[in-house]
Ligand binder design. Structure first.
Ligand code: ATP
Ligand code: MG
Length: 325
């Protein structure tokens, strides 16, 4: 599929030259497909992702950290829900970062991030992340004050220092077997306006509306400046940013799914191979289990058994199809 090219297109490989205005939030890369086609394409990627995740888990060598950052209503929650829908919940952890607690404020800004990292063999999803520390905290100086840093460490160059800390932190993770992928869902201010309106006008969406989101919208330009700086400073080969157009939800989901599949594919994952003595041991166990099989019953008796009525309240037999496999 041409999605390989597509994801390269949105990955920021030349951060020094990165300008947010070069990235159109409404872009669909010329892809003109209907809803059903988009659904089918997404289902393909999700199935692929599910296979890759099984291998990741079985191999137990790599872990994957996926970061989502965006303005409100850009569709983070929808992306997480749809793209990860095929993944075995046991192999995946989603962590939503909210305002830091008093305990978290008493530590360095990466402390809570480190605690939430995925274990080997698993995929960790950050719904917001340590990057809030150079976004919302930058847009609201009072949040930085709450962190109680020594004055001489909270001067003008604090953001540059934080970028440096983040780069080093992510490089360290990469060196220790974590694949780090970061997605900025790039929604336009106009599309956000429409989505906020829909939240107010449609009863089923009203719960999503928050007054705080409107306050952040007023700081749009400040945020865009902070995002641009952040991506320039922290998109690196070992932990790239993808700037994903987010005005069309179907396209956002396809692009994110394709990027994750591609990156996991490149890890060359495989099921652990069992050979030599352990394989011989397994073969012995297999033979023993075969030998334990009960003697075959005469065909007539087996047929009678099938006809027995099911007890009231008795469980339905579980078949492969009933378990949803
Ligand atoms: P949704 O609204 O879709 O449930 P959300 O991510 O917007 O998801 P909220 O509980 O509405 O969740 O908001 C979390 C808030 O916490 C955001 O305003 C975010 O900016 C803030 N936050 C996250 N990390 C930090 C941080 N390190 N410092 C200060 N504020 C933070
Ligand atoms: Mg919110």
């Amino acid at each position: 599929m041409k999605f390989g090219k597509l994801t390269r297109h949105y990955r920021v490989d030349h951060p020094a030259k990165f300008r947010l205005r070069d990235y159109d939030p409404a872009d669909t890369d010329g892809l003109d497909i209907n809803k059903d086609e988009a659904k089918a394409m997404l289902a393909d990627s999700v199935a692929r992702l599910s296979e890759l995740q099984e291998k990741l888990y079985a191999q137990d060598r790599w872990s994957v950290l996926i970061v989502f950052q965006a303005m409100d209503a850009a569709g983070k929650d929808g992306v997480i829900k749809h793209v990860m829908s095929g993944i075995n919940p046991q192999g995946c952890q989603v962590h939503a970062f909210k305002q830091p607690s008093a305990e978290e404020l008493d530590h360095d800004f990466l402390w809570r991030t480190a605690k939430a990292l995925p274990e080997r063999g698993r995929i960790g999803i950050f719904n917001r992340s340590h990057y809030e520390e150079v976004l919302v905290v930058r847009a609201h100086p009072e949040l930085l004050e709450r962190q109680h840093l020594p004055e001489q460490l909270a001067g003008k160059n604090i953001w540059e220092r934080r970028f440096e800390s983040i780069r080093e932190f992510e490089r360290h993770l990469a060196r220790n077997g974590t694949l780090v992928l970061k997605f900025f869902l790039n929604v336009s201010k106009e599309e956000q306006r429409k989505r906020f309106l829909a939240r107010l006008e449609e009863p089923a969406k009203r719960w999503k509306f928050s007054m705080g989101d409107v306050a952040e919208r007023k700081l749009w330009d400040t945020y865009m400046g902070a995002y641009e700086d952040m991506i320039r400073a922290t998109s690196r080969k070992e932990a790239p940013w993808y700037v994903v157009p987010a005005d069309n939800k179907w396209f956002t989901r396809l692009t994110v799914a394709a990027a994750i599949v591609k990156a996991l594919d490149e890890l060359d994952l495989s099921y652990p191979k069992i050979a030599g003595a352990p394989a011989a041991e397994l073969e012995k166990v297999r033979q023993a289990l075969l030998a334990e099989a009960p003697p075959a019953k005469p065909a007539k008796k087996a047929a009678e058994k099938k006809k027995k009525p099911v007890r009231a309240g008795g469980k339905k037999p579980v078949t492969d199809s009933a378990s949803g496999a």
